[in-house]
Design a protein around this ligand. Structure first.
Ligand code: FAD
Ligand code: SF4
Length: 540
């Protein structure tokens, strides 16, 4: 199938690029055939975010969004920034980046569903339930010409089943990669075209989130709470967010930098333990948990942005790494990068001999507020490599004295290199879940509505079968058992010899991508499973 423009990923970045292109085509009375492919069963099914939205980019894309029945209704009213110790909490002044005046508390999944509706009104073709599994290149192998969607109906040994359906080749003049944080096709492009030649490695965090409905008397519509400190130690970067939405709902989440060092740390259990803090627990008592999920997010910022274009394609949103970590916000940057990409593609395709590579996208992006915003906060996240208090003090100096213009730029390192060996690390004992405020992984995955057909090739590819036991278990006590937020990886000891073996419960995978990032020997390759599988998040 041929299109003018193909977009991989129906998140805010992908949908924004598609909408902007269609708006430009309509304004200039041109025909543009635009297609968006999305691996979730519907738009929004794989979207997980906080989320507090800064509307700057949306105001530009759809200036009259307020009159279009958008799901952006709850104004952020009050910010609380807390430092937690085990039993106490101290209110700190809210850092300027974390002030949310004029922002809105939203469900990003619902915003994407609404954006998809706007896109369809502009005749954009949206194909949910299709995973882009391969990038297609021209005969010389230099230029991206589109993508291939995954085959359906192949059994776990690679044989075709009765319901076999071959994937589609979707071809386009330009392909926009908008896969979100650590995109699987983007990973291949970065390698093939050496897009990180002039940038730092990307660094990441894992974000875990639950949606609750709480007692009306505990609900404070529009309030925003962020916390740092307990239960994390001073060497581990992270914190929590609690956002009070409509209908007595609350988003609660916990974010942990994937440069953590202790292989015994379990992000999921830290999150559960956080909810037992007296200040936090009382909000949720008598409430009901509605949904659960997890997703990696970028933390590298300015210095980790790769080259953004290749012949025939470009990167937008979080797959490129546009995330303002001190703000914990990336949606406005994802959308603005989508707008700039669309403008440059449209401008270039309208010329008599369009260039193969839309290099002006990167030039224009670097002139925009996206670049200024990321530049100003570039030293904050890496300063926490020195520990919590030095990082906090440095960040205050960088913000208030240097105003983001310090004459140096701190470096980032790969997250998979940071684990200490198990024998040099402290075992962490986590309390058992009570089933009321705290839960186990399996009951959590259950409410993410995650599903994968078991009879298909495993989408979690282990490059070397020996490494999980002979290297990971031996040196790090198999950290994949703990960093995976869905209990996908288990060390089992069966048979007479009780030899340890890695069992992969791939059907539970919530597509967070943490294993692909944190595995200490980079032995796990996350690939998209059959389209339409994975979580089915409601309003996450
Ligand atoms: C826990 C957490 C809290 C956050 N809080 C906030 C916040 O409060 N405010 C804020 O502004 N930002 C926040 N962010 C960041 C924000 O969610 C991202 O910046 C934003 O979602 C990026 O948009 P995107 O379109 O680039 O990627 P995504 O939103 O990740 O969308 C990518 C889409 O592409 C699809 N896809 C991926 N690969 C393929 C493929 N190969 N084939 C087909 N489809 C594919 C995915 O299924 C997904 O639907 C948070 C993130 C997390 C994880
Ligand atoms: S298997 Fe990997 S991508 Fe899937 S939930 Fe676990 S860590 Fe995340």
């Amino acid at each position: 199938m041929n299109f003018d423009i193909l977009v991989v990923g129906g998140g805010p970045a992908g949908l924004t690029s598609a909408i902007k292109l269609a708006q430009l085509a309509k304004k200039n009375k041109k025909e543009l055939n635009i297609c968006v492919v999305e691996k979730g069963s519907e738009i929004g099914a794989h979207i997980l975010s906080g989320a507090v939205l800064e509307t700057k980019a949306l105001d530009e894309l759809i200036p009259d969004w307020k009159s279009k029945d958008s799901p952006i209704k709850i104004e952020a009213k009050k910010d609380n920034f807390l430092l937690l110790t085990k039993n106490k909490s101290f209110r700190l002044p809210t850092p300027p980046q974390m002030k949310n005046r004029d922002n809105y508390i939203i469900s990003l999944g619902n915003l994407c569903r609404w954006l998809a509706k706007q896109a369809e009104e502009l005749n954009i073709n949206i194909f949910p339930g299709f995973s882009a599994t391969e990038v297609l290149f021209d005969e010389k192998g230099n230029k991206v010409i589109g993508i291939r969607t995954g085959d359906q109906g192949i059994d776990k040994d690679g044989k075709q089943l009765e319901n076999y359906q071959q994937g589609y080749d979707l071809l386009a003049k330009q392909t926009i990669f908008a896969e979100g944080c650590h995109g699987s096709l983007t990973k291949k492009l970065i390698k093939k075209y050496d897009l990180r030649k002039n940038s730092d490695p990307q660094t990441y965090a894992i974000g875990l989130k639950e949606l609750w409905e709480i007692k009306p008397e505990n609900h404070k519509l529009g309030e925003v709470i962020h916390s740092v400190g307990w239960p994390l130690d001073n060497q581990t970067y992270g914190g929590s967010f609690i956002y009070f939405l409509e209908n007595n709902q609350v988003s609660i989440g916990f974010v942990i930098g994937l440069d953590y060092k202790n292989p015994y740390l379990s992000p999921f259990d830290e999150f559960q333990r956080f909810k037992t803090h007296p200040k936090i627990k009382k909000i949720f008592e008598g409430g009901k948990r509605i949904s659960y999920g997890a997703r990696a997010l970028n933390e590298g910022g300015f210095q980790s942005i790769p080259k953004l274009t290749v012949p025939g394609g470009l990167l937008v949103g979080c797959t490129a790494g546009f995330m303002n970590v001190p703000k914990i916000k990336g949606t406005h940057l994802a959308m603005k990068s989508g707008i700039i990409a669309a403008e440059q593609i449209f401008k270039n395709l309208s010329t008599s001999s369009p260039p193969v590579e839309i290099e002006s996208y990167e030039i224009e992006l670097k002139k925009s507020w996206v670049w200024d915003e990321l530049y100003k906060v570039r030293n904050i996240r890496p300063s926490f490599q020195w520990g919590f208090w030095p990082g906090l003090i440095y960040s205050a100096v960088d913000t208030f004295v240097f105003r983001g213009k310090a004459p140096w730029t701190l470096k980032h390192h790969e997250d998979y290199k940071t684990l200490k060996e198990a024998e040099n690390s402290k075992v962490i004992e986590y309390p058992k879940p009570d089933g009321i405020i705290t839960f186990d992984k399996l009951s959590s995955v259950f409410i993410s509505n995650t599903n994968h057909n078991e009879n298909q090739p495993c989408h979690l590819q282990i490059k070397d079968d020996k490494i999980p036991i002979e290297y990971n278990l031996k040196n790090y006590d198999a950290p994949e058992q703990r960093y995976c937020p869905a209990g996908v990886y288990e060390i089992v000891r069966i048979g007479e010899t009780k030899e340890p073996k890695l069992q992969i419960n791939a059907q539970n995978c919530v597509h967070c991508k943490t294993c692909d990032i944190k595995d200490p020997s980079q032995n796990i390759n996350w690939t998209p499973p059959q389209g339409g599988e994975g979580p089915k998040y409601p309003n996450m």
